[in-house]
Ligand binder design. Structure first.
Ligand code: BES
Ligand code: MN
Ligand code: ZN
Length: 497
């Protein structure tokens, strides 16, 4: 169940009478806090019996022995202090949140021999707890009954750390990012009958309360702008498209903005080139790019990032009514370039063609990064643990790779080049919307590149990472919110101040 975790930091605190959480270094070595929590020392025996050795993110728990102030004690391993892991503290926090069970009050003691736990680490730990606690249970009417985690509702967590005061400050920003990730997950999880283009646009509009300037372009306005590629996808649905434009101005006006563009196909049937029935339900997540951009804008605004950032999301539904576009149709994009639509299921690139062009044309950003659940082929190439990265700019690509390693929202660069570009030349128009049998993610990226002019640009194909994701320490699975942490980190490390 989704649990609302209320986190506070303290330099010292009494153990909770319900649950205390301890950390253990490799070998099962405990810090000084263990004394108060487990005066009888029975934990050492429990470690021996269960084989718990304090390996990173391993957990064990006991019903506390007589004399302990807590009913239950959970222990999370931090492993070898000499080999810290990327994003380790968030993942430890996630592992700890997995131990909350039905507790309504818990105390976590961030104290372990041989490791200095500063404000950053403590805040990251709390951040990981928030991410792990999320699950999509809005439409479950019986909360907390037959759930694996066995609990619903609020839990008050006190994190005891030497750096409590500074950690609290750090945590304010981390909480903003967590909200952004959870917003993205919510949008991806939401079924398409309840989240169409209009409803999604309203969710974007809600960012207004954080100081984000939001404009919503209607179908009529997009027609006037000549967005024939995006509109061609939308024309088979009774629900009209929208383009949402979000602006966060956190830096002086004269600073060039950075821009993010998202594919927001609220449902992808494939259109007339229809997808098979099996697994089609997953296509409610085909707006993962737009969700990440919206979540990112939330994060940047909520933590008052000192950057000017633009978010543009193209919101359409790829359906198949009597007016749906046909294979062979030729549409004219806002850029003036014509596109022969040979496969109506390659719709994401059509939406992005106009959204990217519009964004670059209007805002002249320092760079534009688009995110899209664009191709099944990227999963064939990279599986579910790296997003595909394509870029015309080595510096931007390098920064994305670094942000990916730091957050563990990893990306892997794939090539672009004229030989691939040629594959989307069309007999009847300027280009066609599919390449041949091979390199499907690359030809999709080549298609997008025809709409970026000379702007520094990166494309992230997140089909394998944003939806259908495996559970991890910090996610219960399916919708991961991929992209929010990655891009927040990219901005934080390179484009603020
Ligand atoms: N939304 C899909 C890609 C996708 C597939 C995302 C599986 C997540 C999971 C996209 O619109 C699509 O249908 N792509 C086609 C392109 C093909 C027709 C060239 C694909 O990947 O098969
Ligand atoms: Mn498709
Ligand atoms: Zn799609």
């Amino acid at each position: 169940m989704s649990r609302t975790i209320e986190i506070s930091f303290a330099r010292s605190a009494k153990p909770s009478d319900e649950l205390s959480v301890l950390l253990a270094a490799d070998g099962g070595r405990l810090g000084a806090a263990a004394q108060a929590v487990d005066p009888s020392g029975v934990l050492a025996r429990a470690f021996r019996i269960s084989g718990f050795r304090g390996k990173a993110r391993a957990t064990t728990e006991i019903v506390a022995a007589q004399g302990s102030p807590s009913d239950r004690i959970a222990v999370v391993g931090v492993g070898d202090p000499a080999s810290p892991q990327p994003d380790g503290w968030a993942r430890l926090g996630g592992a700890a949140a997995g131990q909350l069970g039905k507790a309504r009050k818990a105390t976590v003691f961030l104290d372990v021999p041989g490791i200095e736990i500063g404000a950053r680490e403590a805040a990251d730990f709390a951040f990981g707890m928030l991410l792990r606690a999320y699950s999509f249970d809005r439409y479950k009417t019986k909360k907390g009954e037959d759930d694996a985690n066995g609990a619903a509702g609020k839990v008050a967590v006190t994190i005891v750390a030497a750096a409590a005061t500074a950690a609290k400050k750090e945590f304010a920003a981390a909480q903003a990012v967590a909200e952004g990730v959870l917003l993205a997950r919510d949008l991806v999880n939401e079924p398409a009958n309840l989240l169409g283009p209009l409803e999604f646009a309203e969710r974007a509009r809600e960012l207004g309360r954080l100081g984000v300037k939001v404009e919503i372009l209607t179908e009529k306005e997009m027609k006037k702008l000549g967005m024939g590629a995006l509109l061609g996808v939308a024309q088979g649905s009774v629900r009209p498209p929208r383009l949402a434009v979000m602006q966060w101005n956190g830096a002086p006006r004269n600073r060039r903005p950075v821009a993010f563009v998202g594919k927001g196909v609220v449902f992808d049937t494939g259109g007339n080139s229809m997808k098979p029935a099996s697994g089609m339900e997953d296509m409610k997540g085909d707006m993962g790019g737009a969700a990440a951009v919206t979540g990112l804008m939330h994060a940047l605004a909520a933590r008052k990032a000192t950057v000017n950032a633009i978010g543009v999301i193209g919101l359409v539904e790829n359906m198949v009514d009597g007016n749906a576009q046909r294979p062979g149709d030729i549409v004219t994009s806002m850029s003036g370039q014509t596109i022969e639509v040979l496969n109506t299921d390659a719709e994401g690139r059509l939406v992005l063609a106009d959204a990217i062009w519009y964004c670059i044309d209007r805002f002249k950003p320092a760079f534009a990064i688009d995110l899209a659940t664009l191709t099944g082929a990227v999963m064939v190439a990279l599986g579910q643990h790296h997003a595909g990265l394509f870029s015309n700019n080595d510096e931007l690509a390098g920064r994305l790779l670094a942000a990916g390693l730091a957050t563990q929202e990893r990306v892997w660069r794939l090539p672009l080049g004229p030989e691939y570009d040629k594959l989307i030349d069309s007999k009847n128009a300027d280009m066609k919307n599919i390449g041949g049998r091979y390199g499907g993610s690359i030809t999709a990226a080549q298609f997008l590149q025809r709409f970026v002019k000379d702007t520094a640009w990166a494309h992230l194909d997140i089909a394998g990472t944003a939806m259908g994701s495996p559970a991890t320490e910090i996610s219960q699975g399916w919708a991961s919110g991929f992209g929010v942490r990655l891009l927040d980190r990219l901005v934080r490390d390179n484009y603020e101040g």
